[in-house]
Design a protein around this ligand. Structure first.
Ligand code: AHR
Length: 349
């Protein structure tokens, strides 16, 4: 009997213990993985906090790259309380579904403006129509949206991705000519960003436009590595196995380039100024510019993440009833070993 009571106690207290543990631990696990409420709205304004402030819902597509971190910071530093804003920020972790949920939540919170960086171009018509019906102006930043009705958004601020791709192609033309290699067969591999995003579409089309002029340029493969270093390394490692003679790597952002460089180092393949594989990268974040300076990356085509000041000035214009343009393109540069040193000191991201 005594033994039976002991066993019964163990079962009851054991289960209660486990239940208590699960009740305490599970919510923490869900919250830390952003699953608790499906999406994570990191701030929710109380009415008193919003008085006299312009409430902006900012849906950022993710945190996949160093560039993205700088882009998010640029918005957060421009839309501060001191500047007259209450900013509600959400990170969609590279999924369109999360962004749509977030925008819907901004609409139901009746924010004054929606600012969003779309992960891909298509699939926004319905949710943007909902924002328009609610009378909330939408400012699209960084990447573009491809919508049937352009009145669904107020303005777009970003970079010219197609032009960036062309710049890379033109730089390669000139580089090969300078080295008297313009008639050689040139084997190229391309690491693309997220398929369907403006940066991937534009940089691919722009580079291909120049590549088409050269019968001796062979694009062996273009494959997506989703703008991340981890995937950049993985995809480049596979390409190095498949193609023993790669002359040029075109990598559509610096994070993928850094991953690819690790793959080349591990495979014993030389690259950069003194190596076999010429490396073309995009973004021009500080860490990559240092690699340009060291001769590890041959050229970095800038994609300018400093877009917050534009968002602030556009919102202020709209608040004053002034007209705004339909699109704004931010300025960009090209960095090589020849000019990079003069920009390194002032690079903050
Ligand atoms: O849309 C801009 C691109 O997105 C940047 O090149 C890249 O780093 C980011 O992830």
């Amino acid at each position: 009997m005594k033994r039976a009571v002991e066993i019964l106690k163990k079962i009851i207290f054991g289960h209660v213990g486990i239940c208590i543990l699960l009740l305490c631990v599970l919510p923490l696990v869900f919250i830390s993985h952003g699953l608790y409420r499906g999406i994570e709205i990191e701030q929710s304004p109380a009415d008193s906090e919003m008085e006299d402030l312009i409430v902006v819902g900012f849906s950022q597509l993710g945190s996949e790259s160093g560039w993205r971190t700088a882009h998010t910071r640029s918005i957060q530093e421009a839309l501060t309380k001191d500047a007259g804003y209450f900013l509600i920020y959400n990170n969609a972790r590279q999924t369109q579904e999360n962004q749509i949920k977030t925008i819907r939540s901004f609409i139901s919170q009746r924010v004054d403006y929606i600012v969003f960086a779309p992960v891909i171009e298509s699939g926004w018509d319905t949710v943007l129509q909902e924002a328009k019906d609610a009378g909330i102006p939408v400012i699209v930043i960084d990447r573009m949206v491809d919508v049937k009705d352009e009145s669904l958004y107020t303005t777009w601020i970003g970079t010219d991705a197609r032009e960036e791709g062309k710049k890379a192609g033109i730089w390669l033309e000139q580089y090969l000519r300078k080295r008297n290699r313009q008639s050689e067969n040139i084997n190229i591999v391309v690491l693309q960003g997220t398929i369907g995003s403006t940066a991937q579409i534009g940089r691919t089309e722009g580079f291909e436009e120049i590549a088409e002029r050269h019968e001796n340029w062979y694009i062996l493969e273009s494959a997506s590595a989703d703008f991340t270093a981890t995937k950049g390394k993985e995809v480049m490692r596979e390409m190095l196995h498949r193609y023993p003679s790669i002359d040029v790597l075109v990598s559509q952002n610096d994070d993928m380039t850094m991953g690819a460089i690790e793959a080349m180092q591990e495979a014993g393949v030389s690259f950069g100024e003194r190596g076999k594989v010429t490396v073309l990268s995009f973004d021009a974040i500080r860490d990559a510019l240092e690699m340009v300076d060291e001769g590890l990356i041959n050229v970095d085509i800038e994609c300018n993440p400093v877009q917050g000041i534009y968002v602030d000035s556009i919102i202020k214009k709209l608040e004053n009833g002034e007209p705004v343009e339909k699109s704004y393109i931010v300025e960009e540069n090209i960095f090589t070993k020849e000019n990079v040193a003069e920009f390194l000191d002032s690079r903050t991201y």
